[in-house]
Design a protein around this ligand. Structure first.
Ligand code: HEC
Ligand code: HEC
Length: 166
């Protein structure tokens, strides 16, 4: 019985080795976010850039866009003990901080019920809100906001009206 078990084990091992030999050499791995650094190693982070800190609230491209952060946020603690953002942006803190209070959606759970405190879904602010660097865009942006789209379609329908009818 024991010998039989050993034999099967040996057979399995041999089969494993054979199939390992047949596999083509692993291709070098490249990920757009981490480059060619293997998964098992840490990437070397780029030096911290100089985030824009002009305190000017920016236009949102559409109504549900998370506004970008107009101030520096380096070193702000956000963990289970403390949320530095809420130190200024919580409903009760805005009188002293003069920050914009987080909106009602930040208090909603996934079923749309409004909670007494900021929802855990909105606790890690920088999943959605980001500070901005004064960097040249790598790719040109052709985004048009809804006002532009409406204006363009109005113009189109006006010129269609003017065109002589057959
Ligand atoms: C010291 C107080 C303070 C802290 C801490 C703080 N903010 Fe602010 N934040 C402000 C103030 C004040 C404004 C209004 C514009 C300005 O003065 O920069 C603002 C503006 C913003 C806006 C723009 C809102 C809009 O409608 O355009 C966002 C987004 C924001 N903060 C996110 C954050 C996040 C995320 C954090 C944590 C990483 C954070 N803030 C930490 C004070 C603070
Ligand atoms: C899951 C994405 C998400 C997370 C996480 C999140 N926000 Fe927002 N935030 C939004 C969106 C989307 C809007 C714009 C629409 C709205 O008000 O819901 C917004 C709006 C805001 C505004 C502007 C409110 C207003 O009335 O103009 C502030 C300030 C803000 N968020 C701060 C924060 C802070 C501080 C945190 C962390 C405690 C946070 N947000 C976490 C998505 C998020």
């Amino acid at each position: 019985m024991n010998i039989l078990r050993h034999l099967t084990l040996l057979l399995c091992l041999c089969a494993g080795l054979a199939s390992a030999q047949q596999q083509p050499p692993a291709r070098s791995f490249t990920d757009a976010a981490r480059g060619p650094t293997p998964i098992t190693e840490s990437t070397k982070p780029p030096p911290l850039a100089n985030a824009i800190n002009d305190d000017v609230r920016r236009t949102r491209n559409y109504a549900m866009q998370p506004p970008t952060i107009p101030h520096r946020v380096d070193g702000y603690q956000i963990d289970k003990n403390f949320n530095k953002c809420l130190d200024c942006h919580a409903r009760a803190r805005t009188e002293t901080s003069q920050a914009v209070p987080v909106s009602i959606t930040h208090y909603m759970d996934r079923d749309g019920r409004v909670l007494g405190q900021v929802s855990t879904r909105r606790y890690f602010c920088m999943q959605c809100h980001v500070a901005q660097d004064a960097a040249r865009p790598l790719v040109n942006n052709t985004f048009q906001d809804v006002d532009t789209v409406i204006q363009q379609s109005l113009k189109k329908s006006q010129s269609a009206d003017k065109a002589p009818k057959k």
